[in-house]
Design a protein around this ligand. Structure first.
Ligand SMILES: [Zn+2]
Length: 308
């Protein structure tokens, strides 16, 4: 990474566009604007430009992380699930035309993975798997020092790996995928089902979120604790498959729900230890991310500075 120059990293989310001025792997200044994703590509691209223009320093390059199917080599967003009408949008070129400096784009979870690998929880490791727990379940991998894109740029879709062959319907419409068990709304639905069978401190809340369930689990609520044991179990099954396939030295869990701490990590670690062939002979760690929202920004900047 070229450390001497200023770069701008951008994280295009469904609700907000976050941008930051970065130098030496450090965030110096931040900005946040609404994405306006329902208005179509042009207004969003204008917001991205505005988010970059916030910073007055001369910048050497721009890295943009965005959800969806991203052709990083060509700088094209093939499809983005949170943005209306984003089909084959030449995002890198549109931004390059405005600022006349190198612009690189990549999938948002790939950016988070690069960020945690180079500057955060997975620093110093050569093989890394990272997944995000939130509304959806995303994933990305660094294999032997390289970010894994796959033949179609689809690698790492952990949320849509099968954990139960005759399982529930996932957000993608297929059955038995991990996201259909541990995506935020499925966690809340699980809690609501269990509350019908057993009294719970969760009854006092109008809207139940994973954050609330985690809080009540830590206070000792039996239903909330059971919810986390069960989702930890499902995640553990998925993680044991990932370790079998790729043998990463570290698995990083990122996203809001990963902040739940021990109540989440204990059942994951336990399940992996039980399910993974040769677990006792392997060195692997399962840890939370360190950088929070900055991971995606720093990873996008790293990517931009490396491929420029
Ligand atoms: Zn799915």
């Amino acid at each position: 990474m070229c450390m001497k120059h200023f770069y701008v990293g951008v994280d295009v989310g469904g609700t907000n566009i976050k941008s930051a001025l970065v130098k030496n792997g450090k965030v110096l200044q931040r900005a946040k604007l609404p994405t306006n994703g329902q208005q179509g590509p042009v207004p969003v691209i204008n917001q991205i430009k505005k988010a970059i223009r916030t910073f007055s320093k001369p910048i050497a390059g721009i890295g943009i992380g965005i959800a969806g199917i991203i052709d990083s080599k060509k700088g094209i967003v093939r499809y983005s699930p949170n943005l209306i009408d984003w089909n084959n949008i030449k995002l890198a070129q549109a931004i390059r035309d405005e600022f006349s400096i190198p612009v690189h784009i990549l999938n948002d979870v790939n950016a988070i993975c690069l960020g945690e690998w180079k500057f955060g929880a997975a620093k110093g490791h050569n093989s890394v798997f990272l997944f995000t727990l939130g509304t959806g379940v995303g994933g990305a991998a660094v294999c032997e020092g390289h970010l894994l894109f796959g033949a179609n740029g689809f690698a790492g879709e952990f949320g849509h790996s099968t954990i139960k062959y005759d399982g529930k319907k996932c957000t993608c419409g297929r059955f038995g995928h991990l996201e259909g068990y541990v995506g935020a709304r499925f966690i809340a639905a699980r809690a609501r089902r269990m509350m019908k069978q057993q009294p719970s401190a969760l009854n006092k809340y109008k809207k139940i979120t994973p954050h609330i369930i985690a809080r009540e689990a830590k206070k000792g609520d039996a239903v909330s604790k059971k919810v986390f044991e069960q989702i930890g179990f499902y995640i553990g099954i998925g993680v044991s498959s990932i370790i079998s396939l790729f043998d990463p030295g570290i698995i990083v869990i990122s996203g809001g729900i990963s902040k739940a701490g021990r109540i989440l990590f204990e059942p994951i670690r336990k399940t992996v230890a039980q399910r993974l062939m040769g677990a006792q002979f392997r060195k692997y760690k399962i840890v939370p991310g360190k950088l929070g929202d900055d991971a995606g920004i720093l990873g996008a900047v790293y990517y931009a500075s490396e491929v420029s």
